[in-house]
Every structure is written in C-alpha cells, then in structure tokens.
Design a protein around this ligand. Structure first.
Ligand code: FAD
Length: 317
C-alpha cells in the first residue's frame, strides 16, 4: 500500500500547501508516501519532499507541463495511480488541484472529497471530515470504492519535518495531443507584490483606516513581514483599494499562516474569507468588535498608534 501526493510549486519551490498534503499523507499511516511533480523543477527542491514524509518523488520532467494543463495533469496522475498501485491520492485543495482531482476521479472511478480538514477515520469504513458553508460547519462523509482522492484544506494540518530527503525518480507517462487540447498561451504575474490568494501572511484594512491615504502604514507593515495586503468589501467598493484585494465571502478567500485585521469590524461575510487562517490578529479600537471573537490575539487600540509601533518593533527585531 502506498499513498500518492500530487505536489505543486510556485517561484521554484514546492508550495507550503503541498508540503502540508505530504505531512497529511504520512500521518494517515497507510504505507509509503510517494510525491509526484509535473513539469520542470530542480531535483534538490524535489528532494525536500522527503523532509515532510515522502520517500520518493516521481518527476515528470516535461516542459509542456510547466503550466497547469488540467487535462494533461489528470492523465498523468491517473497513469501514476495505476502504475504505482497506490489506492489513495492526496493533494492540496487549490484552484488547480480541485479540477485536476475531479478529472482523475472520472478517469479512475475514484471517490473524491475536497476541503478535507482532518485525517480520515478508518476504524469502520473510511470517513473524512470536510469544511462546508465557507468554513462555518463540518460534514463527515464516508468514502467508498477502491481508489480515494482527498484534497486537503490549507492549514488543516501542521507541517511535520522528519529530516529525511526523498529519492527523485523519472516518471514517463504517455501523453497524446488530446491531453493538450487546451493550452495556456500566456500567463501574467503581478510583479513586486505578494499575491493575496497564495500569501502566507496578510495585512488587511477596513473602514477604520478612514481613507486610502492611510494605507501606506499597512503597506509598510506588510513590507516588513513579506505579506500581501487585503481589505474589507466596503473599502474596495468605495475605491480606496482595488477589487482584487477584497477579502471575504464575495471576494478572495485566504488561508494564510497569519492574518492581521486592522480597523475591520469582523462581519460574518468577511470572516467567511479568513476563517481558515492559522493565526488571526485583530487591531480595533472597539473592544466589542465581533472580530475579537474570532481572533487568536487582539489589540484594543487606535490603528494609527498601534500599527506604526508594531512595524517599528518588527523592524527592530
Ligand atoms: P465597518 O463595519 O464600518 O467597521 C470598521 C471597524 O473599524 C469598526 O469595528 C471600528 O471599531 C474600527 N475602527 C474605526 N476606527 C478605528 C481606528 N482608528 N483604529 C482601529 N479600529 C478602528 N464584507 C467583506 O469584508 N467581505 C465580503 O466578502 C463581504 N460580502 C458581503 C456580502 C453580502 C451579501 C453582504 C450583505 C455584505 C457583505 N460584506 C462583505 C459587508 C459586511 O457585511 C460588512 O459591512 C463589512 O465587512 C464591514 O467592513 P469594515 O469592517 O471595513 O467596516
């Protein structure tokens, strides 16, 4: 028995969410963990999967797979499942992972559950818990069938370092022209900014910031932390910040390790976009602000006094 883990990269490094998927697979205790990477990436980087529990990394070193072509990826993963004999595929829930997993499920007849938040309960059957209603509730579902696919929610498990290094092996699947029926001809990345959906730290501002002219303070804090900036919906509606920064139920859903909310009340629609954050810090001058109930750490104070002091302290550290 072994578990296959599909891993993704960003900027030449394996994504943290994929390392979490490896840690998750290792903790399942269902045999050896083999990771699989599609596209070009340094072997030294792939070996790092071993530090999180993978014994081996199958590498499909094919330039055509550098961009996430869903059809081709699904084809490779279905072949890897068949050839490795693995009965479980684990991956990080992501914009790419979900559609790829759905296609693999169709190709292999697997059962597929996304947004998984905890290790499966295998005491009787194979039961998984997943987050539903934008994180406000959990559902336990029983998975049946020979092959199972689990897309793990970001921050659902802690990274577990083992000190190991994975062996990288070439994997050469058969790919036909039909696997490349849709190709990505151009991708554009915003330069000089940390992208909000992928950010590990987010500094977000609400109406309590009073106006767009005060955002420099948050950008400075974000700069010190290597964070992305976000905002509440009214802030982008008024035009203080661009719409792509709007966090919440109707905006971007973020899952950073650290979410710092400044001058945001914590309405339920905002919380729906941030409740998978690992640690939430709230800065608000109103001690009754609802956001404090969802916070791990809260500072009751005026943002215009607290934020510069925080930035200074981080700079000095
Ligand atoms: P406010 O509610 O005005 O809160 C401002 C906060 O700043 C207050 O808590 C105040 O105490 C604090 N403050 C003021 N001055 C200072 C200071 N000097 N220092 C520190 N704190 C200070 N909202 C979202 O954010 N995302 C969504 O996706 C979203 N979707 C929605 C969908 C629907 C269908 C609806 C109806 C609403 C949605 N909303 C969404 C809006 C949401 O209900 C709230 O109105 C909104 O989140 C409030 O934004 P805010 O906290 O910035 O502003």
């Amino acid at each position: 028995m072994s578990v296959l883990v599909f891993i993704e990269s960003a900027d030449g490094a394996i994504k943290k969410s994929s390392l979490e998927a490896i840690s998750f697979a290792a903790a399942m205790g269902q045999g050896d963990v083999t990771a699989i990477y599609l596209g070009q990436l340094e072997s030294a980087e792939l070996q790092k999967a071993g530090n999180f529990g993978a014994t081996k990394v199958l590498h499909v070193n094919d330039e055509r797979l550098n961009k996430g072509i869903i059809q081709a990826y699904a084809s490779v993963l279905a072949q890897a499942l068949e050839q490795s004999g693995a009965k479980t595929l684990v991956l990080a829930k992501s914009a790419l992972g979900d559609p790829v997993a759905a296609r693999v499920a169709i190709k292999t007849g697997a059962s597929f559950v996304s947004n998984v938040t905890a290790l499966p309960d295998t005491t009787s059957g194979f039961k998984v818990t997943r987050s539903i209603y934008t994180g406000k509730a959990f559902a336990t579902e029983e998975m049946k069938g020979d092959i199972k696919i689990l897309a793990v929610k970001k921050n659902a498990v802690d990274l577990k370092e083992t000190g190991g290094s994975a062996q990288v092996e070439a994997f050469s699947p058969q790919l036909s022209d039909s696997d490349f029926g849709v190709t990505i001809t151009k991708t554009e990345k915003q330069e000089g900014e940390v992208l909000l959906p992928e950010a590990d730290i987010v500094v977000s501002g609400g109406r309590g910031m009073k106006g767009p002219e005060n955002w420099g303070m948050l950008e400075e804090l974000a700069g010190e932390l290597g964070a992305a900036t976000g905002c509440s919906k009214p802030v982008s509606d008024i035009g203080w910040r661009p719409h792509h920064e709007h966090v919440g139920q109707t905006g971007v859903k973020v899952s950073p390790t650290l979410y710092i909310a400044v001058g945001i009340s914590g309405a339920i629609q905002h919380l729906a976009g941030v409740n998978s954050s690992k640690v939430i810090v709230v800065i608000n001058k109103d001690p009754e602000a609802p956001f404090f109930k969802a916070a791990d750490y809260g500072i009751v104070g005026d943002a215009f006094e607290v934020v510069p002091k925080l930035t200074e302290a981080i700079r000095a550290a």
